[in-house]
Design a protein around this ligand. Sequence first.
Ligand code: MTE
Ligand code: MO
Length: 453
Amino acid sequence: MEPSNHEDEPPRPAAPRGPAGPPPSPPSPAGPPPGPARPEFWRSPLRGPWLTSVFGLILLVGGTVLFVTGLLSYAAYNPDLAPGNDQTPGKGWLGFYLFPWPTSPYWLYRLTQGIHVTLGVVLIPVLLAKLWSVIPKLFSWPPLRSPSQALERLSLLLLVGGALFEFVTGVLNIQLHYIFPGSFYTLHFYGAWVFIGAFLVHIAFRIPVMARALRSRRLRTELRTPVSRTEREPLDDTGLVTPHPAPPTMSRRGALGLVGAGSLGLLLVMAGQSIGGSLRRTALLAPHGQEPGHGPNGFQINKTAASVGIRARDVGPDWRLVVRGDGRSRTWTRAQLLALPQHTAALPIACVEGWSTEDQQWTGVRLADLAALAGFGPRPPGVFVESAQRSGAFRSTQLRDNQVRDARSLLALRVNGADLSLDHGYPARIIVPANPGVHNTKWVTRLTFGATG
Ligand SMILES: Nc1nc2c(c(=O)[nH]1)N[C@H]1C(S)=C(S)[C@@H](COP(=O)(O)O)O[C@H]1N2
Ligand SMILES: [Mo]
């Protein structure tokens, strides 16, 4: 196409002349309004591409680990197995990667979920520092310069919003603060996909900038620089470096140290809840208030019997277990179950909230043996487990065939040599290796092999 010829343009109307008087002041250049939109409003000499990139690199690695361990936790719930296991029925292809969650190694969920929750909390100071380091960009002027810049800002909104949403819902959940307008599980799941989409876009655009910025300074040199000698960042086009730096109150070393100390402190008060045992006492941030006491049943309790409405008569002498399968149904008393071959397995409870117990010695009847008594051969199907609890998402669960077949999977009657306590699921509970805590149903009343609930 030919470029348009300016001579062909119609003549412009002459500018209107104002009434006689003082000449109009020259139009001010379209600058930002006073305040945070002005580059000189932000004065920390530490802001610049290097510091932002250091935090960015940590979040790049950490965010990826959080996303992967989060997807693993999702898979561990076996949501594709039965509607009852699935709190995200609308997930569609977002469940493309689901696979049958294994039972070995038996500590798998303890590890992946311990990492997910501990790392998530430990990264909070880094996330805040990263947001602090880029805050001038939030106010950049003009707010919308071009369609592509508008698109980029939208992706940043989703990135920052998604990250904050995931951290806030995650922290509220591990503090057992269920104040969400929906299921935590559903919100955290969809939030993660919004976050990861924006994360990938952000990485694609910023990795070259990050790589260049990281090469601009040597970490080792920065870590040796005392406060007084903090070198200024050269002005550049990233919009992060202030043109009017205030004198430094802290060096880059100080900033990194502060964030590092914050993360380390959080690690120290978090890790104990995932390691369990006596280290749990160091887990100052773990929810407290339902201390499990001492003795064989003296380990962490998630929901007490009273809190989910288990009545004395549900679990008293009239309690029966109904086992159904292949056309048969049989009712068992606890004494009859105790007369069957008893097996012991050393397994932890590992909750989605990141806490776990050390291995406990569970004793009871193998799920595979109960399947055989219900008429199934050496390769039994999965089982639908129901409890005496009348309502709530965790009153029942669907276990997969690989979980039933594992010789360590038990209908436990005893733990650490004593009868189960009421709060740990007396008269009988499920315990399966590598199973998320929530699927180790307590106060079991019915097992239906070969059916999905
Ligand atoms: N019936 C029933 N079983 C349940 C629950 C429940 O609320 N109801 N909570 C589950 C959760 S979330 C966890 S982490 C484990 C905890 O087992 P514990 O309290 O014996 O440590 O029990 C699971 N079994
Ligand atoms: Mo749990």
